[in-house]
Ligand binder design. Sequence first.
Ligand code: ASP
Length: 337
Amino acid sequence: MQRRTFLQLGTLGLSAVGLSSFRGKKAVTKPIVISTWDAGLEANKAAWQVLRSGGRALDAVEQGVMVTEASQNCCVGLGANPDRDGFVTLDACIMDEAFNCGSVAFLERIKHPISVARRVMEKTPHVMLVGSGAQQFAVAEGFALEDGKLSKDAQKSYDNWLKKSEYKPIINIERTQLGHGPFAPEKLDTGEWNHDTIGMVAMDANGNLSGSCTTSGQGFKMRGRLGDSPIIGAGLFVDNEVGAATATGQGEDVIRICGAHSVVEFMRQGLHPEAACKKAVERIIKIKGTKAQAIQVGFIAINKKGEYGGYCIQKGFNYAVCYADDKNILVDGKYML
Ligand code: ASP
């Protein structure tokens, strides 16, 4: 397709037809959006609506993960796992193509932490707000203060957890993977799900990158515990000249290696997104030694060519990739152990 024709199609809001634009001879897959775990399929659909009509990647990654945050039937947001004291505390961050970034952590009773993170980015001179300060800012910005009650399923799971009150991260268990909702509700009784995150990175039709990451953190965590997800450079990093990456899994081990930033730096050195994710996973495994068998971490990334990839420690991680109206697919992450 001639570049001019593609641009015309783009102007008509038909950019989805032109999956690739051409820079010289090199095909660039754009727009494109990818996100962690199978909840990403629904989130990608919302992001794609923004991207296909020529919208900004930043809007796409915000609106995409808002779907997951709002779903009581999913793994992120106020419907998710509480901490060990019984309160849901949420962490989120967002980053655009110009190194603007915003983050909230330990935020309670607010439905869309990702949007509060965006307001932090756009309306304050800061990058991070936490706890009651973040909540105060959210309310001042017009976000509703929800009642803070646990969802029915989370209450059930918490009650079950309280029987032993044992904090033990369990690898690979996403609430959706256990068939939350209509699929296998009895599994919820086990209380065996504890990773509750969606990370999303996208490139828009203009070739700009952005990313978002939002979580309730690990289930039954210590009160006040933060993982990687709200930390720019750990749970999410975007460099518009190179690529974007996000992480999920055992947050402490992602923080240790500045995970998402490392993946982007590996792409800067010329590695394909999948190879870059793999190298970050290798780094964690090297540090953890045999203890790596007890944890899960997954990275996903895209580069400026619209190439994508993901890699994880253990079998069981997947991510959703969308680059056309009819191409929203779930990919099994390659794994090392
Ligand atoms: N990375 C998140 C955290 O450590 C958890 C997850 O991805 O499920 O808080």
